[in-house]
Design a protein around this ligand. Sequence first.
Ligand SMILES: Nc1ncnc2c1ncn2[C@@H]1O[C@H](COP(=O)(O)OP(=O)(O)OP(=O)(O)O)[C@@H](O)[C@H]1O
Ligand code: SF4
Length: 304
Amino acid sequence: MAAIETPVAKRLKTIKHVIIVCSGKGGVGKSSVSVQLALSLYASSPIARVGILDVDLTGPSIPRMLGLDGRGVLQSSEGWVPVYADGSETRLGCMSVGFLLKRREDSVVWRGPKKNAMIRQFLSDVRWGELDYLVIDTPPGTSDEHLSLLEHMAPVHSRLSAVIVTTPQAVALMDAMKCLSFTRTVNLPVLGLIENMSGYVCPCCGEVSNVFSTGGGQEMARQEGLTFLGSLPVDTELVTLLDAAEAAMPEQAADEPPRRTERTFRLIDQYQQTSSSKLFKPIVERLINALAGGGVGGDETVQA
Ligand SMILES: Nc1ncnc2c1ncn2[C@@H]1O[C@H](COP(=O)(O)OP(=O)(O)OP(=O)(O)O)[C@@H](O)[C@H]1O
Ligand code: SF4
């Protein structure tokens, strides 16, 4: 007798790669790396279709960073329609609990079972369609959200992998080690490690200076036999861009059909002009290479 296809399996079978973005510590830039990853994968080919799912249920920041705050999710006969951040309305979709809250300042105070149910609903009810990449932004540490994701996805999708984000400081690296240990315990393959806030991009000349320590992530990758995907410096241009997305977004009622906004289109183009985007390109090339099973170039650094 043929096995019954679960709703999650049905949704995930049209998604080629699922990339779970994790960090041991909060505030290391995991959400901004997730957004940059989605934007860079989107730009990596004129036909790449990318989804970004925000399962940081208590602190959803992806809608704000993508300039989609205040947008509502539409329910169609085929499920929840993602909020699209691009003009094509098929190539860069986003889903977050942030779209389901009445006001963006409302907080989500849920216990494990409710979080688990929400994540199952995200995985089974969102109409992503065909996707090349689904990037999942998770809360810091290893929490109920991570366990729920794996519980629902691991049995039905063979191309799940993780990217670990850290900053170079010792405390962040210690927590990144815990995150790595978690991925090993649950047999989640790690594509590599990104060292964020590694050095500083001068807003005047674009020069990268090492004002704080750097290289801790690269060293951890070397010691643990992980691929070092690259370093990203502190970039004030990036913060301005992601914060401006918040300020420019008009509020929209949850039952109103999603509106395209000029601001979001501009964000996609403007990101491509930033130093961070240029530094992210080789990271994405390595990641795509790793996903294709080609391996990547060891522990060389990407930072300019
Ligand atoms: N490379 C960077 N340069 C400058 N600012 C950055 C960089 N990376 C992240 N930031 C900023 O640092 C702050 C925290 O980033 P972010 O929300 O991405 O972290 P996080 O690890 O997802 O945090 P948490 O999950 O704990 O909420 C944000 O204001 C973000 O814009
Ligand atoms: S060259 Fe040095 S001092 Fe001058 S703007 Fe750039 S980083 Fe700042």
